[in-house]
Design a protein. Structure first.
Length: 163
């Protein structure tokens, strides 16, 4: 069902390293930076997300589309907390959170789209995931992800790929 999304999310550690290096090389090329210069400021001025945040962004946007019936049917359905029996009287019934389905295989189960989507979706603030349109959701999500990068104390060294 979601093998392609699992491959897309966690292609390989090596692929992620190459993507990170390519992203860093592009920023260095644009801003004429030396190999050991920090690129966080260059990424900030371009409003580029790091590779790991970009993957989270793509999964969250796809999750939004699934929840609003504008994505392919094979990606859904995702179960909201409010849809569970016995949740009508609880505070969690008023949230937009998703139920994380149980995983059968520890090696690939967490990479399946329903599991990864629920983890990424539940990790976002309620103000972001309760957006009224896809355009506003994308804008708020990117702002949220970008603010988490910039506010990280070690953000200057967090992006540097290991050689």
């Amino acid at each position: 069902m979601s093998n392609n999304s699992a491959i897309w999310q966690y292609s390989t550690v090596l692929g992620s390293v190459y993507s990170t290096r390519l992203h860093a090389a592009a920023a260095r090329l644009i801003y004429h930076l030396r190999p050991h210069d920090h690129i966080t400021d260059a990424l900030a001025t371009q409003h580029w997300l790091r590779v790991s945040e970009r993957v989270q962004y793509k999964i969250a946007v796809l999750t939004y589309k699934v929840l609003h019936n504008s994505a392919p049917r094979y990606l859904g359905p995702l179960v909201a907390v409010a849809d569970l029996h016995g949740r009508s009287a609880l505070r969690s019934a008023n949230t937009s959170r998703l139920v994380i389905p149980p995983i059968k295989l520890s090696t690939v189960g967490s990479r399946a789209f329903p599991v990864a989507a629920a983890h990424v979706w539940n990790g976002r603030p309620e103000a972001v995931i309760s957006s009224s349109s896809l355009q506003s959701f994308r804008r708020q999500l990117k702002t949220h992800l970008f603010s988490t990068i910039v506010s990280t104390p070690d953000s200057l060294t967090a992006y540097q790929p290991s050689l």
